[in-house]
Design a binder for this molecule. Sequence first.
Ligand SMILES: [Zn+2]
Ligand SMILES: [Zn+2]
Length: 325
Amino acid sequence: MKIVHDIHTHNVFSHCCTDRSASTEAFIAKQMELGNRVFGLSNHVWDERVSGATRFYRPQTISLAEEAKTALKQAPEGIRCLFGAETDFFACKGILGMSVEGASHFDYLLVPHSHIGNRNYVMADYPEIIEVREMIKARIREACPFLEEDTLKAMTHYDVLKEAQLMKYVPEMKTNVGEFIARSAVDNFHALMENEEFIKICGTVPTVIAHPFELIGRTPEIRNGYMRFLRDEDLVSCFTEAKKRNAYVEISTGSVQINGLDLSSNELMRVFAIAKQVGCKFTFGSDSHSVGGLKRIEIANDVCDYLGLTREDIAPFLAEDGVID
Ligand SMILES: [Zn+2]
Ligand SMILES: [Zn+2]
């Protein structure tokens, strides 16, 4: 089976896209050149109806994303274009960046649980960092007793004093980072499956868990090392819940590539094999932020062969024209 869809793509409507040539028309042309038959544009979106957006998400509204719709509608014959979005789930605050009303604007939705770099929104600070932050706050309070509490709070807020800056004041890191990250990813997954808005959205539009258990680290060794802390039984329980919610599982070829093209030592394969075993259905996406990056979808066929996926394993909204035998 050959995968001929890519439904995880970011272009100029995502603020983190630095490829200025990444217009919707350019993406469609590249998809056709790659032989894809279904293309989904999924820019970062935070529904303007939902409060709690960060500075990054505030301008990434549904209205902005919708500017791409005209080009998608005018696509040439031979390719089915879908209007999607990748929203976010701030597990620390219990907020999903999309309402069910907002979701109805889209053909499908990608929802991640693992944007773990987004500290204090998606993943909590390490206990050592919380301690250092409190210590700094106490020192400032002592030196400047006239400062009002909310000023002090703003000065030491996690958007201001970031983990990277505070790490050098941690005398000894006792937390096992890999274990902490893996545990957070599992907890976030469960929290997402229990989120009422998410459950409603799953019943409204095709909903996909974006790059599940993509645990970001500087090198493939670190990433795979973090993933080894994910226990099979936790993955089984996560994906069983996803299936119950009718949420699909994304195979992100971007993550697969970064974790390593020797699939036998790529921990993501264990994750996907368990998802398949419990009966989840899949979608594929490159998570590309540039025209050139769209080529990464080509790894999808190797992953399919490795996992032994068939048309039955593909999400119904893509199973007909998103694969070829
Ligand atoms: Zn993402
Ligand atoms: Zn993405």
